[in-house]
Design a protein around this ligand. Structure first.
Ligand SMILES: *Cc1c(COP(=O)(O)O)cnc(C)c1O
Length: 264
């Protein structure tokens, strides 16, 4: 039984394996819903994310790289899909003078005021991407001597807007150690997205797992990533993480020495 669609997500702004996913989709004739909510401004082989799917979506929610406070956009090259989406999003009104409905629709319009904000925001998109990428470089550079902290670099042809800067730690224990010690300093960080199969609502849904998403969920952490972070704020985050690792290493070697003594 074929899936109805493939929902592929450019996570945290990093393009997914576009060629691989779309090759499978094409071979089996499965439509792709490209979730580009986090990847406006990212590119794959110089092509913009948000243009690969049969239908692609963008989000302009408050936490995204540009925002209209709420709302989003749907992107498609198929005029029929576009017309149907607009029809459904505008209460499914049939062609008639009176309000005539032969199907159920929704009120999903972005208001003209928010659209106006969005057009203004488009002009600062490049600046926002540059700021987010600078955050990532700042973190990467600050942690270059901490081998326990890993980053996901851009493979050849991938350009990420670095919506959020994420790190991988060696274990859930260390991830939580970092998170709680930052939280005590009023610095908010979060684990990576909880995998869909771990969501209670999907507990009975079929799943095909290889452990990668569960592992990332245990070890990954999203660091503060706002476009307006100052160097002082970034340094406050990085020095807190360095302090955590200094304590962790000290403790590690203490335990190591004790173990060595005990085993002679
Ligand atoms: C934010 C987000 C959405 C939802 O966007 P809304 O505009 O809040 O509906 C969907 N997918 C991903 C990956 C997102 O990050």
């Amino acid at each position: 039984k074929k899936p109805k669609a493939i929902i592929s997500v450019h996570l945290y702004g990093m393009p997914y394996k576009v060629d691989e996913v779309h090759k499978i989709a094409k071979a089996y004739n499965i439509p792709v819903l490209e979730d580009s909510a986090e990847a406006l401004g990212s590119t794959y082989n110089s092509i913009k994310c948000g243009t690969f799917g049969d239908i692609s979506i963008l989000s302009f929610n408050g936490n995204k790289i540009i925002t209209t406070s709420g709302g989003g956009a749907l992107v498609t090259k198929d005029i029929k899909i576009k017309e149907k989406a607009v029809f459904l999003a505008t209460q499914a009104r049939d062609q008639a003078v009176e309000y005539l409905h032969s199907s159920i629709g929704y009120n999903y319009r972005l208001s003209n005021v928010l659209a106006g904000i969005g057009r203004g925001q488009m002009e600062v998109l490049d600046d926002r991407v540059a700021a987010r990428r600078a955050n990532y470089e700042h973190y990467k550079n600050s942690f270059r001597n901490i081998e326990e902290i890993k980053f996901v670099d851009e493979p050849e042809g991938y350009y990420s807007n670095r919506w959020l800067s994420c790190i991988l730690t060696p274990s859930e224990e260390i991830r939580e150690g970092i998170r709680t010690s930052l939280d005590a300093l009023n610095i908010e960080t979060r684990p990576l997205w909880k995998p869909m199969h771990q969501q209670p609502i999907f507990k009975d849904a079929p799943k095909y797992l290889n452990g990668v998403s569960d592992d990332l969920f245990k070890k990954g952490l999203c660091l503060p990533s706002g476009s307006n972070l100052t160097d002082i704020e970034l340094n406050r985050v990085t020095s807190a993480i360095k302090t955590y690792f200094r304590a962790w290493l000290k403790n590690y070697y203490k335990t190591y020495q004790i173990n060595m003594l005990q085993s002679g």
